[in-house]
Ligand binder design. Structure first.
Ligand SMILES: NC(=O)c1ccc[n+]([C@@H]2O[C@H](COP(=O)([O-])OP(=O)(O)OC[C@H]3O[C@@H](n4cnc5c(N)ncnc54)[C@H](O)[C@@H]3O)[C@@H](O)[C@H]2O)c1
Length: 413
C-alpha cells in the first residue's frame, strides 16, 4: 500500500506535459529507459573506440587487398634457412611478404630480424600455421590477397627420410597438395616450388640436366618428385604460372650477417656437411666424419655441387619475375661444378682457421658418388648464373654468422 501511495504521489507530482508519445510515461520507467540508453550509448562508444584502436578498423589490412604495383608473396617455411634468406631478398626488392611457418624447424628469431629490418606497415607479416592443417591454410588464404607463393616449407633431411618416410610423404607431398588446393580455390596463380636434385637419384651421366630421368632413391627425393608430379598434372589444365627449382647443395648465408643457418641441435646427426664442419671447428663435435673414400672420383670422396644461398634466392626472384600463366619452367639451380668432400673440408679449414680433425669412415648407404648440375637452361632462359662460386669465401661468410651466433638465433633474442 505504502509503495502504491508513494508511486501515485510521485506520478502526480512529475506528470509531464504532453511531449509526443510520452504523455503518460511512468517517470520511473522513463529514468530506467534513459539509464539504459546512456549505458548502451557508452558501450557503443567504447566498442567504436576499441575498434578504432585496431589496425584493421580505419583501413583494411594491406595484406588483405591487392595493390597495383605491389606483388604480395606468401613464403612458406620463411622462418627456415633458405626461406628467411628469400624473404629478405624479396623485402629488399620491395615485395610484400607473408611468412607462414609452424616453427617445427625454423627460427622465430629469423622472422624477428626481418621484422626489425622492415617494420613499415604492409611489408612483412608472420602467420604461425601448419600446412598440414587444411582448414587453417584455407583460412589464411581467404584473409590475405596473395599474388604468388614460394613454397619452401618441408622437412628436408635425406637420412631422416629413410628412418621416418611417412613424415616426409605427409609433410612434403600431402602438404603441397593442400597449398595447391588453396591456391586454386583463392585464385593465386603463381607458384615457385622448392625441389631438389635428390629427385634425380643416381644418374649414370653427369652433369645432370633437366632432361635427366628422375629416379629418386630415398623417401625425401620420392616425396619431392611426387609433389612435382601433382603440380605438373594440375598445371596441365590450369592458368597457373609454375616454376620448379631443383636445388643442389645449399651453403652460406647473408653476407651482411643478419641471417644464418641454424638447424635444431637434435637434427645435427642428419645434418649437412657445412653444419658439421662448423660444429667440428667449434669443438662441439670431436671431428668431421667423411663417409667413404673409395668412390670412383678423383680423390675417392663424394662430389657435390654447392650453391650459395644468395645465388639461390636470386634464382627465385628471377623465376618469379619470369613466371608466365599456363607455363611451367623446370630448372636446376647449381654452379655446374662438382667439389669433392675433401676439397670442401680444406675450404672449411681455411674459412674457419681451425684445424678440423677429419675422421674417415666407410660409405653411408644411399650416398651417390657424384652429383653436379648442368645449369645451361636457367642461364639461357632466366639469365641466371651463380656468382658466389668461391667455396672458401661462401664458407667464410657462413662462419662469421656462426661465430657471432653461438646459440643460433637464441643468442639475439
Ligand atoms: N638446404 C638444402 O641444401 C636444400 C637442398 C635442396 C632443396 N631444399 C629445399 O628447400 C626448402 C627449404 O629448406 P631449408 O634448408 O631452408 O630447410 P629448413 O628446415 O631450414 O626450413 C624449412 C622451414 O619449413 C618449416 N616447416 C616445415 N614443415 C612445415 C609445416 N608443415 N607447416 C609450416 N611450416 C613448416 C620449418 O619450420 C622451417 O622453418 C625445402 O623444401 C627443402 O626440401 C633444400
Amino acid at each position: 500500500m505504502l509503495n502504491f501511495g508513494r508511486a501515485r504521489t510521485q506520478q502526480r507530482q512529475t506528470r509531464p506535459t504532453s511531449f509526443g508519445g510520452l504523455d503518460y510515461a511512468d517517470p520511473k520507467r522513463k529514468s530506467n529507459f534513459a539509464g539504459k540508453f546512456i549505458l548502451a550509448a557508452a558501450l557503443t562508444a567504447l566498442c567504436i573506440f576499441l575498434l578504432k584502436q585496431s589496425p584493421t578498423f580505419s583501413s583494411p589490412s594491406p595484406f588483405s587487398q591487392h595493390e597495383e604495383g605491389v606483388t604480395h608473396v606468401l613464403v612458406t617455411g620463411g622462418a627456415g634457412y633458405i626461406g628467411s634468406h628469400a624473404a629478405l631478398r624479396l623485402l629488399k626488392n620491395s615485395y610484400r611478404v607473408t611468412i607462414v611457418d609452424n616453427l617445427s624447424r625454423g627460427n622465430i628469431g629469423a622472422v624477428k630480424v626481418l621484422q626489425e629490418l622492415f617494420p613499415e606497415p604492409g611489408r612483412l607479416q608472420f602467420i604461425y600455421a601448419d600446412l598440414g592443417d587444411a582448414k587453417a591454410v584455407n583460412k589464411f588464404f581467404s584473409e590475405n590477397a596473395f599474388d604468388a607463393v614460394m613454397h619452401f616449407a618441408a622437412v628436408a633431411y635425406v637420412g631422416e627420410s629413410t628412418l621416418d618416410p611417412l613424415k616426409y610423404y605427409h609433410n612434403i607431398t600431402s602438404n603441397t597438395l593442400v597449398v595447391l588446393e588453396s591456391m586454386a580455390r583463392h585464385g593465386v596463380d603463381t607458384l615457385i616450388y622448392s625441389s631438389t636434385c635428390a629427385t634425380y637419384g643416381e644418374p649414370e651421366k653427369m652433369p645432370i640436366t633437366e632432361e635427366t630421368p628422375q629416379a629418386p632413391i630415398n623417401p625425401y627425393g620420392k616425396a619431392k618428385k611426387m609433389a612435382e608430379d601433382i603440380i605438373l598434372d594440375f598445371s596441365k589444365n590450369s592458368d597457373m604460372a609454375v616454376m620448379i627449382l631443383r636445388y643442389f647443395n645449399v651453403i652460406s648465408s647473408d653476407p651482411e650477417g643478419r641471417l644464418g643457418e641454424a638447424p635444431r641441435p637434435e637434427l645435427r646427426e642428419h645434418g649437412r656437411i657445412s653444419g658439421a664442419c662448423f660444429d667440428a671447428a667449434r669443438g662441439i663435435i670431436a671431428g668431421l666424419k667423411v663417409k667413404g673414400t673409395d668412390y670412383s672420383t678423383a680423390d675417392g670422396t663424394c662430389v657435390r655441387d654447392y650453391i650459395d644461398v644468395n645465388d639461390l634466392v636470386d634464382a627465385h626472384v628471377k623465376a618469379l619475375e619470369r613466371a608466365q600463366p599456363k607455363k611451367v619452367g623446370i630448372y636446376n639451380v647449381g654452379t655446374g661444378k662438382g667439389r669433392s668432400v675433401k676439397e670442401f673440408v680444406e675450404a672449411c679449414k681455411k674459412a674457419t682457421s681451425a684445424n678440423i680433425k677429419v675422421i674417415y669412415e666407410p660409405r653411408r648407404p644411399g650416398d651417390y658418388a657424384e652429383v653436379y648440375s648442368d645449369p645451361t637452361k636457367i642461364r639461357l632462359e632466366l639469365n641466371w648464373t651463380a656468382k658466389y662460386t668461391n667455396l672458401q669465401e661462401s664458407l667464410e661468410i657462413a662462419w662469421r654468422w656462426q661465430k657471432s651466433h653461438r646459440g643460433g638465433y637464441a643468442s639475439i633474442m
